[in-house]
Design a binder for this molecule. Sequence first.
Ligand code: ADP
Length: 432
Amino acid sequence: MNFYIGIDFGTSGARLAILDQKGDIHQEVESRFQGTSSPNQWPIIWQTALFDLIVQIPVELRRQTSAIAIDGTSGTTLLCDQQGKPITSPLLYNDGRGVEMIEKIKAIAPANHLVLSATSSLAKLLWWQHHHNELNIPSQPIYFLHQADWLGFLLHGKLGISDYHNTLKLGYDITHLCYPSWLTNAINHESNPLKLQLPKVITPGTPISPITSEIAEQLDLPKQCVVCAGTTDSIAAFLASGATSPGEAVTSLGSTVVLKLLSHTPVNDARYGVYSHRLGNLWLTGGASNTGGAVLRAFFSDRELKTLSQQINPNINSPLDYYPLLKKGDRFPINDLELPPRLEPRPDNSVEFLHGLLESIARIEATGYQRLQELGATPLTHVYTAGGGAKNTVWTTIRERYLKVPMVQPRHTAATYGVARLAMQSLEKSQV
Ligand code: ADP
């Protein structure tokens, strides 16, 4: 029997799933990150979690593992020496100190490029370059990596390899599959004191190398177990859903609402924060709104959401037209940083209020998909749902009324499952 391991590094912990070749999950394990007050502890915390997850798998499954793939939080980056040892504290996905590099990015990158964000990988790289002196970063060759790249390296030992999902926000050109010259010129410029090595970029899931013999021995894995190129956490969650055809979409109804629509064509519009990832020969287009479950949670407990929702007739329109936000401002589908939360009039009856909220969020979701299509994405055909709101079947019926396409139950929602499938499919392809 062949088994495949998918490992997901999230914001508060890491999870693992091991699948057989039919795609059935045999074991799922979790490891919470122990709190740290010192950012330079992150790599060791991640490494500990990675090994801890693998050794939690029963030995008889571990010894039949054919491939492993890892996803990480998009935009979490680190610098390593030539042995792969981190030489600074990592900059996490939401670290915004790169804001001071925005003017520099404007000067080198094409207008409206998605690297123009304080949290982009490029902003982080340039921030390190700018502050190398005070951080005591040596002038020897240094590797710039993403979290998933470095964790994969710990298993396969080949330094400086990434995938085109993790490197999108570094500025990698996913249409032509190369680093654009504006980026390499800026990084390799002779005036730069840092000798930065950008990772070689390959297709997510591509088998990189078998694990090292030390890792095989230490973790009781077979020597021929291959480590594949990884991806980002949100793409892994999309892959888990089972959506594979253009027009199929996954809405994540978590604290916020995130839309991802598979398309024949890429769409990009910086005004709305809309961009596209490459997924084989297709494009994963998407946008994220600040509306969502966090607003529901401000008014109702999860228990109330469940019981009150059951009293809503989802086939009847609510007359309430809200724009539910916790604070002013949204980017997608309406780009207005001053957009005020609209939660009035508020009826005395909680069921009516919740009906208005659920219906208004559904309207915003439908407008979001319309926006992606207006920008050129393939028309919507089916919607899968993930996140805390997915279990609300009354909401699903309301949403179907607005989206006007069938709602589909996702095969799975966990990123671990998606990234394990990525490893499995790539290995199968490479063996044909
Ligand atoms: P995140 O990972 O973004 O924090 P989750 O996917 O865990 O979010 O979902 C949590 C959200 O789901 C909460 O904001 C909560 O309001 C919402 N939620 C929980 N139960 C329900 C329900 N029955 N109906 C609608 N929303 C729900």
